[in-house]
Design a protein around this ligand. Structure first.
Ligand code: SAM
Length: 290
């Protein structure tokens, strides 16, 4: 039975193993059964699913995942947590604990081995210090993923889900929206964790797209355009792109933007994915000109 969401049970486990929290690993353990149940329900985990959990801690959410999923792989960097996980997850035979840095795990291989290449679900209370590389890594590995349901810092959740033109909109928002349809589900206050973090958290769900939201001639070029457009937020789109694409003259960039009816004087952060895609596709043609 999943019991570690009850604060007293977590405290007992921590005391039994004389566990010392490691700040450098972003260790804030969930101690709220209500929040845990809401995350599991939002992730829609069923007995057909293979779930990847990043950072199981002492196994609080892992217990719930084991009860709902067919199989779970939980990747934990802190070797001091491994014997604890052996204890708290001892009753489950559908979990594999991997003592590794998630940023070094070959997730594609893991998904292939454990789920025959079918889409996996990712569920985690992420270590906040590496939220961005973890999410980027999941998408860039091109692992088939059904959804990513994760707890992140509230500000990061807002950035991921931001719409074009808003203050929180960034290259990372475009990146996440290209691969998935993200939504903020609910906020979680510091009091739901041990120890309490300094920030408010939010649970988000990224429903991964099966098809890209726009037609692209060159995906890498698209991300280059996005990066250049956000590199200096005070610059106009034309100036941002000029700095990022030295192989084209400013006049060429101005002309290129005008040919697709995008005003060169707007700021990059006002553009949506479709606009970035049409710039990238036009750029693709321009760069191929002899
Ligand atoms: N899932 C647990 C919970 O909800 O109570 C713990 C969540 S805690 C916010 C983050 C966990 O990620 C910690 O257990 C930490 O040791 C682990 N972690 C930190 N960096 C990691 C990395 N690079 N790879 C794998 N796990 C990591």
């Amino acid at each position: 039975m999943a019991t570690l969401g009850i604060p007293q049970n977590t405290i007992e486990v921590l005391q039994k193993y004389h566990f010392n929290f490691q700040k450098k690993f972003g260790q804030n353990f969930l101690i709220d059964t209500h929040v845990l149940e809401k995350i599991i329900a939002a992730a829609e985990v069923t007995k057909d699913d293979f779930v990847l959990e990043i950072g199981p801690g002492i196994g609080t959410m892992t217990q719930y995942l084991c009860e709902h999923a067919r199989a779970v792989a939980a990747v934990e960097i802190d070797k001091n947590l491994i014997p604890i996980l052996g204890d708290t997850l001892g009753a489950y035979d559908n979990v594999e604990i991997i003592n590794q840095d998630i940023l070094k795990v070959d997730i594609r291989k893991l998904a292939e081995e454990k789920n025959g290449g079918r889409p996996i679900k990712v569920v985690a209370n992420l270590p906040y210090y590496i939220t961005t590389p973890i999410i980027m890594g999941l998408f860039e590995s091109h692992v088939p993923i059904d959804s990513i349901t994760v707890m992140v810092q509230k500000e990061v959740a807002q950035r991921i889900c931001a719409k074009a033109g808003s203050a929180d909109y960034s290259a990372f928002s475009v990146f996440c929206n290209y691969y998935a349809e993200p939504e903020i589900l609910f906020d979680v206050p510091p009091s739901c964790f041990l120890p309490q973090p300094k920030v408010t958290s939010s649970v988000i769900k990224l429903n991964c797209r099966t098809q890209p939201p726009c037609q692209l001639e060159d995906e890498a070029l698209f991300f280059r355009v996005v990066k250049a457009s956000f590199a200096q937020r005070r610059k106009t789109l034309a100036n941002g792109l000029s700095s990022g694409f030295c192989e084209l003259s400013k006049a060429q960039i101005m002309q290129l933007l005008q040919s697709i009816e995008i005003n060169p004087t707007v700021r990059g952060e006002t553009l949506d994915i479709a606009a970035f895609a049409s710039i990238a596709n036009q750029m693709h043609l321009e760069l191929r000109k002899p």
